[in-house]
Write a protein that binds this ligand. Structure first.
Ligand code: UDX
Length: 429
């Protein structure tokens, strides 16, 4: 099939490389000329394991173009993977989606399947359908399909190749789209979940909100366990043998970040409020998440007579391991707050770069050794594998102080205690 993917972000590029690998002729378009230029030179603008290799492997049937209108007009299948950021009130900004739909309307002369991969609030795909009708496009000339993604950054290629489901939302009378969707994903062994356009949108939001709920829930339980000197890992082990609970997404720490969970939970809250529903659980998830950084800073404050003025090494900048993405990173928020408190912050990350520059008391180092040298304290803010296996004996010699705050509960406290360092985690009695 000939598929045009609009948007060369991590969802667009992952979809483009996997669909090309499945044998389709794919053109990925983006208005950002620089990005397209570098993709055509074989440079991939995001760090995502395996993506560079997959793009290069499929270069015969995967092209990149900044001529968006021309490509959209020529391809029968358009997969929309543009950004859907938050507006200040939490509502989803659909500007990019609308401009793609308008371009499709301007150039549409023969039948097209329009697939929305971007995360959009309930009702958006119905609106897309109505927008095309209002622009005078005959309904038999197009189908709108809602086909959300469930890709984790850092394992996006694996997640798409090994999808646990393919969600397809369609209009009731749509007879054409299912066979087209099945041809697009031919080669992937995943069950199809068929639903309405808004049903697919709600599946995506419910999935992300549920996972965010698990994280905030376990973080709240960890705070309680901390006070009662109970080990949170014992509790998680104890509950997760029950298949109704499962062991996943129960890792306590600084909280959730990234480009999806914070934005999507807020957007779902907004969709509920628009219909006069007060989503108490969604609001509680966010409230807990927002206070995680302060909770850890309070813990740190109690380890020092006077925290301001101390030199702190924060290991990890990315919102999670195996990505260079710092959007809504809890580590970045922690670095920012520590600097505002008057600490000198040294930081290091294997892939990510601080999203702000020019703050005199924050320095990003290119090596871990430089970052920990002469510091009063080390904080593990992102659980990169590299940080799980540190040579603490060597690090102790480089440090000035002796405090280690494990804000992801990811290192073995006994290896720290043995060296005479102070370990602070949460509920790790
Ligand atoms: C998420 C969803 O997993 C994916 O299905 C969706 O399509 C996009 O959003 P992603 O944002 O890449 O993917 O990250 P994910 O691995 O889900 O982690 C999100 C955040 O939760 C990270 O900040 C991570 O550190 C945090 N997290 C995750 C925890 O704090 N504890 C956990 O147990 C799991």
């Amino acid at each position: 099939m000939k598929i045009c993917i609009v948007g060369a972000g991590y969802v667009g590029l992952t979809s483009a490389s996997v669909l090309a690998d499945l044998g389709h002729t794919v053109c990925c378009v983006d208005t950002n000329k620089e990005k397209i230029k570098s993709l055509n030179l074989g440079e991939v603008p995001i760090y995502e394991p395996g993506i560079k290799e997959l793009i290069s492997k499929n270069k015969d049937n995967l092209t990149f173009s900044s001529n968006v209108v021309n490509t959209i007009s020529k391809y029968p299948v358009i997969l929309i993977a543009v950004g859907t950021p938050s507006l200040p009130d939490g509502k989803t900004d659909l500007t990019y989606i609308h401009s793609v739909v308008d371009l499709i309307a301007e150039t549409l002369t023969s039948y097209k399947t329009i697939i929305t991969k971007s995360t959009v609030p309930p009702g958006t795909n119905e609106e897309i359908h109505n927008r095309l009708i209002q622009k005078g496009i005959a309904p038999e000339l197009f189908s709108v399909v809602s086909n959300p993604e469930f890709l984790r950054e850092g394992s996006a290629i694996f997640d798409m190749m090994n999808a646990d489901k393919i969600v397809v939302g369609m209009k009731k009378n749509d007879k054409k789209s299912l066979p087209i969707m099945k041809s697009i994903y031919q080669g992937l062994e995943a069950p199809y979940i068929m639903t309405s356009l808004s049903g697919a949108e709600m599946i995506k939001y419910t999935s992300n909100a549920f996972l965010a709920t698990k994280i905030s829930f376990i973080n709240e339980i960890a705070r309680i366990c901390d006070k009662y000197e109970v080990n949170i890992e014992d509790v998680v082990r104890g509950i997760s043998t029950d298949p109704r609970i499962s062991p996943h997404f129960l890792q306590s720490g600084l909280g959730y970040g990234g480009s999806c969970f914070p934005k999507d939970v807020r957007s779902l809250e907004h969709s509920a409020l628009e219909k006069n529903i007060t989503p108490l659980i969604l609001q509680a998830i966010q409230a807990t998440n927002h206070t995680q950084v302060d909770f850890y800073i309070d813990k740190l404050s109690s380890a020092f007579d006077n925290l301001p003025g101390k030199t702190i090494s924060v290991l990890g900048i990315a919102f999670k391991p195996n990505t260079d993405d710092t959007r809504c990173s809890r580590a970045v928020q922690l670095i920012d707050k520590l600097s505002q408190l008057g600490c000198k912050v040294n930081t290091y990350d294997p892939k990510a770069t601080l999203p702000f520059i020019g703050k005199a008391n924050i320095i990003q180092y290119t090596t871990l050794e430089q970052s920990v040298t002469d510091t009063d304290c080390i904080i593990i803010a992102t659980e990169w594998d590299e940080f799980r296996q540190l040579d603490w004996k060597k690090i102790k010699e480089l440090m000035k102080g002796n405090v280690v705050l494990d804000a992801r509960n990811c290192i073995d406290p006994s290896s720290i205690y043995e060296l005479g360092l102070d370990y602070i985690g949460v509920a790790r009695s």
